[in-house]
Design a protein around this ligand. Sequence first.
Ligand SMILES: *Cc1c(COP(=O)(O)O)cnc(C)c1O
Length: 453
Amino acid sequence: MSDTLALLGGEKAVTSEQADMFKWPIVTKRHEQAVLEVLRAGQMSGLEITKEFEKEYARAIGRKYALAYNNGTAAILGAMYGLGIGLGHEVIVPSITYWASAAPAYTLGATPVFADVDPDTICIDPKDIEHRITPRTKAIVVVHYAGMPADMDAIMKIAGKHNLKILEDCSHAHGALYKGKEIGTFGDAAAFSLMTGKSLAVGEAGILFTDDREVYERALLFGHYIRHDEITLKELKPFAGLPCGGFKHRMHQLSSAFGLVQLELYPQQMAQIDRAMNYFCDLLDGSAGIRPIRPPSCFRKKAGGTNTTKGAWYLPLFKYVTEELEGLSLSRFSEAVRAEGSICDPGCNKPLHVHPLFTTMDVYGHGRPTRIAYLDESTKIEHYVERLPVAESINRRVFQVPWFKHYRPKIIQEHADAYKKVISDYRELLADDTDRGAEAGGYTTFFSSRDTT
Ligand SMILES: *Cc1c(COP(=O)(O)O)cnc(C)c1O
């Protein structure tokens, strides 16, 4: 390895052929065969394969009811309706997440209330929830952000005390464990995106889980009119036949067929990724200026009730501690790491609470911001404009590292070397560091430059 930073004319640290190191999802002959069978049978819009997918997935995570959707956003909307979220309700949501954790509340006449995130996990901060609860609060949306399980003990305690529903948004954390228990099995309902970029990737798709028959049947009524024959509850039966609210959210059977194969292969793929990512983190643990975001070592790979994992590490993030590198900007740091041939993308999801959709926009023509449109006329928007210091600064303090899909130590070491080289020579980057505080992060789902190729 050359000593000079590649950004300053030296040789790159990453020299190996990367091959399929970042390719995702891993499409096998079995996937192709499964999809082709559906195509040839002309069953793209049927239900049979989708119901089988639901059954297998519910069995895999240990939940009673599963309902498959055309995407994760629809699954969240359906789950919110299922939980009884409606006109005038408030829903507490972390500000750092994909917009679909919050925005569907508008469709139901509810108001999202944003909470800050914990800087160590980037999941909702349990200490920032309770003072936001009002008589209108109906539910807490918990996002296991970037694969990291949220602090469920603390959150469940708050929800129990105030009689609130919990909706887990598991779109980043398929297969992750919190103290030995699979995420998606804590809340009154859980919703997962299964879109192509996510950990368990099957295409444009989503899924809802619950153990509560009423939640399941309300969700059926709302977005799955063709399955209204499954509705048994007296109070819902009279409305069967047409989708209340006017939505049709059925999953595409090409995705269901792909998903059935993926469900079988996922545990092995997840284990490889977990091993590869933990190896990468181990190599960099203790390096100045950076901190892997992962469960503390006392909770990793322990048998029984304490094992906490990140599943397949969707959106793998590290914290950046600029103070340890004499204030070197994250943008300059990441430029130098990328020049070494590795991946280093500053930022994560941008905070939702400051976007005009949640501050000023009148989406449906109520004559005032949608955020307060369903509340008492005297309600002022100022009352709902939060200041969330962690959420507002997090994009300058985290970056995305390579998302390895295979445990190949030599390649992983080269990437770790790229980071180590930049950290050991950081002083050489201070002189031309003019890019302090540049905008990072985005509102879209995250793909690192290499993941899409
Ligand atoms: C991707 C995502 C969703 C929405 O899923 P789609 O399948 O893209 O509609 C919801 N929540 C989070 C946290 C996500 O990352």
